[in-house]
Design a binder for this molecule. Sequence first.
Ligand code: HEC
Length: 147
Amino acid sequence: MIRRAVVVAVAALLPAVALAEENPAIGYRQALMDLVYANFGTVGAMVKGDIPWDDARVAGYGKDLKAISTLNAMRGWPAGSEGGESLPAIWTKMDDFQKKMEAFQAEASKLGDVAATGDREAIKAQFGATGKTCKSCHDDFKKDDEG
Ligand code: HEC
């Protein structure tokens, strides 16, 4: 009976994942980018003064951003996964796209290190350097970007 209940529970989840399964890579990369944003954006809100500065939170979000930057992000853009907000140029200029990804990963990793020091000026500067790598890629490879 227990096993049957598990099967029923799992079956109930299927409609929710069906869309992602049409092209799992799109869901993967959007989830990855959302996680990047959740950490980077919160540091940004403090850098911009939108929410109060908190050394421990800056260090924590920086640490997680650094961890995320070690993931193999390119898994999100395999051949044949055109769609979402990704521009087709990604698949014709894959080397360029990958270089921009590596630049982001390097700067995000540094932001994690700097965030741990509590040095606000250094954190602001490294936040800016990391943000440039987002923009540099979005400008060339993402649809409908405002910045
Ligand atoms: C090497 C390229 C690249 C870099 C670097 C990059 N992005 Fe992205 N990002 C993309 C692409 C391409 C998409 C569109 C994904 C799709 O929908 O197919 C995207 C989508 C997003 C989205 C929307 C996700 C969703 O749910 O649709 C957010 C938010 C985002 N990026 C934030 C960031 C932030 C913040 C940074 C830097 C800290 C960053 N990105 C760095 C390429 C990049």
